[in-house]
Design a protein around this ligand. Structure first.
Ligand code: SF4
Ligand code: SF4
Ligand code: SF4
Ligand code: FES
Length: 950
């Protein structure tokens, strides 16, 4: 149930453009045709009593509380299901209506006595509110038959289902169907015996429920309620903030009581989520107050020494002394740093500023290196801007959707729900993925084509799709002539129409049947609006950049860029990966993607920052690790990233970290990387600081402080102090001043300020004089680079080949309930769904190896060996195995190799040749990992004595 700052108008907004004028209680109101009387009344300040209606769901008309009188019509129609009509005269209150409503409510109260004072959700119940509004305190019908002794379902770790409090309004069922698209709930039985049930009348945890909370959000009573709300009671404070998990960037009201978090309520005014959420952002926030949080700065001389707790001043001056010592001894380029895609834009901007201005070099990089760097390069080269082209709402106008190398229901769940809505309305779906992701077949949705290609053959597949488009005359020639470079188009056309790119020729490479490719190409090319959504299954390849270009080529050739409903849309993994790239985290670019070698741009930064800046690009993350192993790179500042777990070839990364003289880690927990650190700066969670995140739609949203930093300082304050200690003066009183500086220095941000975001709710960049309120759709009229440029995307097979020794291809991904390296979600009740990484293997591959479901299996590649439990499933095709990397002890990245994208060094996580066999003990690496972890936790123990001061 929604209660803060939101007037629930009862039914959704009508999309109609024609207007209708009517009179409600004597007040004239004009609303779109198709609006309910209930919503129109709300517009003139009349809140008609209701129980079964809410503005996120289609009207249902079951409770009969919202009755109205309409002049000239007989009876008392329900205002939630009756639509407006020109000239109607509606009355929302009268003695008769009051008596009818009172009667309805008394019936409800006979089954649900108003014992609100003793109820944990007192103040959060619409039945209680309605009783108050209508003036009902008791029931003439009580005590009658009731459900008061019905059992509770406490199986879900985050919410309770208390059937005794259920008024059978079906809002939960409709929310699960319409909003979430899981269809997990039904109404069992009839009349008095009717009962909300999950799946086949199972406990929630054993049903198909994915714990998104939409039913909890929709429930008007305490029947479905957050356990934290029941335990803590009503909040006394709330602030609107942005989820710190994935790139959807859902907006929430974070509610607190006495400074402690009570619950996260999805914001119905949130532009990215419209009141929906997933299990991570909605519920998995307990990590922020987890006992593993390190809240005191620590230092040590070597990674074999115990940690020593120190004050912030001591930690910062020690770190600065060490960095200066290293630079004096090994030179200016011997240190560098990594910004965080989990931190705010302001914090990220400050870290790269400190590195460029105080370290005096461009050795700065970000974790986007290992995820979406090919997106930046590929889209910038073809269409001129390295970001997604649409807003999420655009998908509601798509006719054909291609999902390639992404698993939205797990990685971007709220957007997946929106996409599912559009698919249920009739849009067609093409999935290109080696795995059978959930969207291939889910309730009421079946992909028209699943192009189940071999890992590593994306470019071959897209070249063959393009071949069909070109050779069958499906290109949009006027669009191309108007908007694209003629030369590049002609070259590309000649290239893709070559026989070697035909589906027939490529079938041997991709494994996708020719007929499927041809049909999919025709479907996309002849769609009114064709939209492409892609993820790391596109970028994390040796040809990641080539594939991004191939996607852009296909979209340009079919005229599918530059309006709503179409586009090329990277689904960003982390909450602020778009922002960290925008903020100048790459070694060759300042904020706004401008090259460091451009004297005009560099001059602007030099004047603002009063320092001379390096004109040559610095080291990328893999180069930093290479240089560390070569002995020329000795110090590193890593804010909010965990390369020891997230980067490929773990043993290479940890050897590099271990070879450095000063590794500074700023994080919430002792991460895998922090185990190799010499200085630990405790980080602040997103609940403890102000700033902004930028989501996958380029949407900049506010992060607001709702509790004081547990370690006393927000991350930006720590960076600022470190820069000052290094001798480079920085002073900001509030992150809004950092955003003002970003706006001064970045053409796509000139119109952005905290005040404007507060005013508009969120802003999609570019936001400047040309687009003062931001840019929902890019490339309208013309591409950002002027003319769109086609690139011939020759398919070059990866070096990583299957052999007799390594006959299977391992590919990696993520699951719904865990997130990235798992540092946050592993410290929440989400472990109830997934407490380990497993290896998916096809039954045929399992059988020949004698592997049964649940067996321990060793996975060997030329980089290393790990052991996981087997999940024998047909989700993967024969020859392909799949795992996730959420649990450090699994060591998925021990087996991934150093292969990377030719243009950006983005690692090839998605293709590793492996062999799999039954084993009965952990791998050697896992044994070493356990011993090292035990040692490092031991070195952490004595730390809990002194108390830090600011
Ligand atoms: S939590 Fe979500 S998936 Fe589960 S029953 Fe409720 S709406 Fe459906
Ligand atoms: S659980 Fe809540 S939303 Fe669902 S039918 Fe009962 S009262 Fe309505
Ligand atoms: S979809 Fe992403 S942003 Fe939204 S709540 Fe889930 S994790 Fe957070
Ligand atoms: S709110 Fe209209 S019938 Fe329930």
């Amino acid at each position: 149930m929604y209660s803060i700052d939101h007037v629930d108008a009862g039914t959704p907004v009508s999309p109609a453009t024609t207007l209708v004028t009517l009179e409600i209680d004597g007040v004239t109101v004009t609303v779109p045709d198709g609006t309910s009387i209930m919503r129109a009344a709300s517009q003139v300040g009349r809140q008609i009593p209701k129980l079964c209606a809410t503005d996120t769901l289609k009207s249902f008309g079951s409770c009969r509380l919202c009755l109205v009188e309409i002049e000239g019509r007989r009876g008392f129609p329900a205002s939630c299901t009756t639509l407006v009509a020109e000239g109607l005269k509606v009355r929302t209150d009268s003695e008769k209506l009051h008596a009818l409503r009172k009667n309805v409510l008394e019936l409800y109260v006979s089954d649900h006595p108003l014992v609100c004072e003793t109820c944990g959700a007192n103040g959060h119940c619409e039945l209680q509110n309605m009783a108050e509004v209508v003036g009902v305190t008791d029931s003439r019908y009580a005590p009658g038959a009731n459900h008061l002794s019905a059992p509770k379902d406490e199986s879900n770790p985050y919410f309770t289902f208390d059937q005794s409090m259920c008024i059978a309004c079906s809002r939960c069922i409709r929310a699960c169907d319409e909003v979430q698209g899981t269809f997990a709930l039904t109404m069992h039985g009839r009349g008095f015996a009717s009962k909300v049930a999950a799946s086949q009348n199972e406990p929630f945890m054993e049903s198909e429920c994915v714990s998104c909370g939409a039913c909890v959000e929709a429930c008007p009573t305490v029947a479905l309620t957050e356990k934290t709300l029941l335990a803590t009671g009503t909040a006394d404070k709330a602030a609107t903030t942005t989820c710190a998990y994935c790139g959807v960037g859902c907006s929430f009201k974070a509610e607190t009581r006495d400074g402690e978090l009570v619950r996260m309520v999805p914001n119905r005014n949130g532009h990215a989520n419209h009141g929906h959420a997933c299990v991570k952002g909605r519920f998995a926030v307990g990590y922020a107050t987890h006992q593993d949080r390190i809240t005191t700065p620590m230092i040590r001389a070597s990674i074999d020494d115990p940690w020593q707790q120190v004050t912030w001043d001591e930690a910062i001056s020690h770190a600065a002394r060490e960095l200066k010592r290293i630079q004096d001894k090994y030179g200016r380029y011997s240190i560098g740093g990594v910004t965080s895609s989990r931190c705010t834009n302001e914090e990220t901007f400050l870290v790269q500023k400190m590195i460029r201005a105080a370290f005096g070099n461009n050795n700065v990089d970000t974790c986007a290196r290992v995820c979406h760097s090919p997106t930046g390069y590929g889209l910038k080269s073809t269409i001129g801007e390295s970001a997604g082209t649409q807003r999420f709402d655009s998908v509601m106008k798509a006719d054909v959707i291609i999902i390639v190398g992404a698993n939205p229901t797990d990685g971007h769940p709220v957007f997946a729900s929106q996409m599912k809505r559009r698919l249920r309305e009739g849009a067609k779906l093409i999935v290109a993925d080696p795995r059978q992701i959930a969207l291939v077949r889910t309730p009421h949705i079946k992909a028209t084509h699943h192009l189940q290609l071999r890992p590593g053959t994306n470019v071959a597949l897209f070249n063959s799709l393009a071949h069909v488009v070109v050779t069958e005359g499906l290109t949009k020639d006027t669009y191309i002539a108007d908007r694209c470079e003629a030369d590049s188009f002609e070259k590309w056309k000649t290239f893709v129409s070559g026989e070697r790119n035909s589906p027939e020729a490529m079938q041997a490479v991709t494994g996708v049947p020719t007929a499927e490719v041809r049909a999919a190409a025709r479907l996309y090319a002849s769609a009114g609006n064709g939209a492409i959504y892609y993820g790391l299954g596109v970028t994390e390849h040796s040809q990641g950049t080539t594939m991004v270009m191939a996607i852009a080529n296909l979209a340009m050739a079919t005229g599918n860029l530059g309006r709503e409903g179409v586009g090329v849309n990277p689904l960003r993994g982390q909450n602020n990966v778009q922002g960290s790239c925008d903020m100048g985290s790459f070694p060759h670019e300042f904020s706004g993607y401008r090259h460091v070698s451009d004297p005009a741009v560099r001059g602007m930064f030099e004047r603002e920052w009063a320092v001379t800046l390096e004109p040559e690009p610095g080291l990328r993350i893999p180069n930093m690790f290479e240089a560390a192993l070569d002995g020329s790179f000795k110090g590193m500042y890593i804010q909010g990233e965990d390369p020891a777990q997230s980067d490929p070839d773990t043993q290479h990364v940890t050897a590099a970290l271990a070879s450095m003289e000063c590794v500074i880690v700023q994080d919430l927990f002792l991460t895998e990387t922090a185990k190799y650190a010499h200085v630990f700066f405790p980080g602040a969670s997103f609940l403890e600081k102000d700033g902004t995140f930028t989501n996958a739609e380029r949407r900049i949203s506010r992060v607001r402080k709702i509790m004081e930093p547990r370690a006393q300082l927000a991350d930006w304050e720590v960076t600022m102090r470190l820069a000052n200690a290094l001798g480079y003066p920085m002073h900001y009183d509030h992150p809004s001043e950092i955003m003002d500086e970003i706006a001064r220095l970045t053409p796509t941000f000139t119109g952005v300020s905290f005040d404007k975001i507060d005013q508009l709710g969120s802003i999609q960049w570019p936001c400047n004089d040309a687009a003062p309120e931001g840019t929902p759709t890019m490339h309208v009229g013309q591409f950002v680079r002027g003319k769109g440029k086609f690139f011939a995307t020759e398919y070059v097979p990866t070096k990583e080949r299957t052999t007799r020794k390594y006959p299977l291809i391992l590919t990696t991904g993520r699951i719904l309930t865990q997130y990235n390296v798992g540092a946050q979600t592993r410290r929440t009740n989400n472990v109830a769904w997934a407490s380990e990484d497993v290896l998916e293997i096809h039954p045929a591959d399992a059988e020949v190896r004698g592997i049964k479901d649940g067996d321990w299996v060793g996975i060997m590649s030329r980089a290393g060996e790990i052991v996981l439990r087997a999940d024998v499933t047909e989700r993967v095709r024969p020859g392909v195995v799949y795992t996730t990397f959420h649990f450090p002890e699994s060591g998925a990245n021990v087996v991934t190799t150093e292969n990377s994208d030719w243009a950006t060094n983005c690692p090839e996580y998605k293709v590793t040749a492996v062999e799999v066999m039954q084993v009965n003990q952990p791998s050697e690496w896992q044994k070493r990992f356990r011993a090292f972890t035990e040692q490092q936790l031991g070195l952490l123990k004595p730390r809990r004595q002194p108390v830090a001061t600011r």
